[in-house]
Write a protein that binds this ligand. Structure first.
Ligand code: PMP
Length: 367
């Protein structure tokens, strides 16, 4: 891959040069006042991005998978029941974690490209009681956007905590954690938050923190235990020195820059920008005769597109686009993996980038 190639996979993405410069700056000690200021600002800005003024943010070195396991490890203990809204590959991963931590898992499934309706989720909840309802906001394997708000309302009626995997949504899709009644929302740095891979980000509502406090058994991982991280994050937010495990100083400096840009753009404007780019791309896909994997427009994510290969075309398309300087991703859902490809369009992706993808796709399909 050349430095001028356009990285249009569903994460990592193209990053803003100011974010990359922050990553390349001198590494400060983790107790340096300037670092503590940056960490404190980043934690406060995360509450703005997640629209969760009362939530406790956690930022830990690791990928999105670690954020998922942190949520599961702190919120479940053996014998708990969890309902998994299963829309694909990443919902399966969450279910595997829940089972590893001793929970009994029930699935509400949908065919690839579809999502269970809120009524289906409510009927499944009625078969509880469940301690936890888990939802993949955008399942990156299918590009399906799930109706989190309606699911969360149903969960509240049945007294279940709501855990949202927002790895492919936070910073690009609308997610009002607090007003929607979401208890844990998590993401990773390399997607719509716009920072190179390496940070697991999780926000927990007061209800989630109370559920963690009410545990009768210790969390089965020291590195993931809120008990270790809570005093550290409270101290950093107050710009006071603290240590449990060395924070990824440069990545947090980059996160601070990216979140400042995000908050300046404002979340509503950012969501509208993602929607406008996605709408423009959908029209282009249609013009090129490409069919999207999500079953309807309402179920289609604004952060990425999943597109079936046209008749007579296979994964060679992804390679040919790479040769044109546009890097996209192949399929991921185990049932359909060889039949479609994916284009990421989140974070700093501009209309110029979107146009470049469409133009390259047009050239390659013509050939
Ligand atoms: N959940 C979703 C919805 C994702 O898209 C991803 C990454 N593609 C993950 C979880 C896992 O994140 P990571 O690869 O950073 O561990």
């Amino acid at each position: 891959m050349s430095e001028r190639d356009l990285l249009m996979i569903p994460g990592p993405i193209e990053f803003d040069p100011a974010v990359l410069r922050a990553l390349g700056q001198k590494t400060r000690g983790h107790l340096d006042p300037l670092f503590m200021q940056a960490f404190s600002r980043a934690l406060k800005n995360l509450r703005v991005v997640f629209e969760a003024p009362s939530a406790q943010p956690f930022v830990v070195a690791g990928s999105g998978t670690l954020a998922m396991e942190m949520a599961v490890a702190n919120l479940t203990q053996p014998g708990d029941r969890a309902l998994v809204v299963n829309t694909g590959y990443f919902s399966d991963r969450l279910a595997a974690m829940l089972e590893r931590h001793g929970a009994a898992v029930t699935h509400v499934r949908a065919a690839p490209g579809d999502a269970p309706t809120a009524e289906e989720v409510e009927r499944a909840l009625a078969g509880g009681p469940f301690k936890l309802l888990t939802v993949t906001h955008v399942d990156t394997s299918t590009a399906v956007l799930t109706p989190v708000q309606a699911y969360a309302q149903a969960a509240q009626r049945h007294g279940a905590l709501v855990l949202v995997d927002g790895v492919c949504s936070v910073g690009g899709e609308a997610l009002a954690m607090e007003s929607w009644g979401v208890d844990v929302a998590l993401t990773a740095s390399q997607k719509a938050l716009g920072v190179p891979p390496g940070l697991a980000v999780l926000l927990a509502s007061p209800r989630a923190m109370a559920a963690w406090q009410a545990r009768t058994r210790p969390v089965a991982s020291v590195y993931l235990d809120f008990a270790e991280w809570l005093p550290i994050h409270q101290a950093y937010e107050a710009e006071k020195p603290a240590y449990f495990a060395t924070p990824p100083v440069n990545l947090i400096a980059a996160l601070d820059v990216s979140l400042q840009q995000l908050v300046a753009e404002t979340m509503p404007a950012r969501v509208r920008r993602h929607q406008a780019t996605a709408r423009w791309l959908r029209a282009a896909w249609q013009r090129l005769g490409l069919t999207m994997l999500p079953k309807s427009e309402a179920l289609a994510a604004h952060t990425l597109s999943a597109l079936y290969y046209p008749e007579g075309v296979d994964a060679a398309l992804v390679k040919a686009l790479g040769a044109e300087g546009v890097v996209v991703a192949g399929g991921l859902h185990p049932e359909l993996k060889t039949r479609y490809f994916r284009v990421g369009h989140m974070g700093a992706v501009s209309m110029n980038d979107a146009s470049a993808v469409v133009a390259a796709l047009e050239r390659v399909l013509k050939r």
